[in-house]
Design a protein. Structure first.
Length: 183
């Protein structure tokens, strides 16, 4: 099912936030379009829950804020709001959204795969603090990790074996695909 999109321009961040607070469904705001967030599957939910818990228990709480699906990411210079499936961010005063993500994970689905892999990645690359963009395929063992590098800008690594381990050196942690997919 394709997400419902409605063209709408908000005059301010506060106007979008007020609209979203009253809405019965969540909406991403992308290029003056509201994109309705659809429901999810148990498998998607399990992956999001596991990854959120993994980062919460393996990263220092004093250095990072970990959120899943309900906290918005704001890309200020583009006036874009997304709801990442999992986000590891630096702490900041703002309570309703983050502008300082270090890691973003999206669990792919039929309705969001292309948008997550292309459009969101283009926008996420504009975030100075972002070090990792991770895409997780729920129906098979496939994890794609985009890592920011000093030499080439972004490097992409693909993991397909249940025995593979994803290393996240700037966070000083690793995560095995067998652990991700145990969810």
């Amino acid at each position: 099912m394709k997400p419902i999109t409605e063209h709408r321009k908000f005059e301010s961040i506060e106007a979008y936030l007020a609209f979203e607070e009253k809405s019965e469904v969540r909406h991403e705001y992308y290029l003056e379009n509201l994109i309705e967030m659809s429901g999810t599957t148990y498998k998607h939910n399990d992956l999001v829950f596991y990854l959120s818990a993994y980062f919460r228990f393996n990263l220092p709480k004093s250095k990072f804020k970990i959120s899943s699906e309900q906290v918005k990411l704001y890309i200020a210079n583009e006036n874009i709001f997304f709801y990442p499936d999992v986000m590891v961010a630096l702490p900041e005063e703002q309570q309703y959204y983050s502008t300082l993500p270090v890691l973003i994970t999206e669990v792919l689905s039929e309705s969001t795969r292309k948008f997550d892999m292309i459009d969101k990645f283009i926008q996420y690359q504009k975030l100075e603090t972002l070090q990792y963009y991770i895409l997780v395929e729920p129906e098979k063992h496939l994890v794609i990790v985009h890592k920011k590098t000093l030499e080439t800008g972004w490097q992409t690594d693909t993991y397909t074996s249940i025995n593979d381990v994803v290393n996240l050196p700037s966070l000083q942690i690793s995560i095995a695909l067998k652990d991700i997919y145990q969810a």
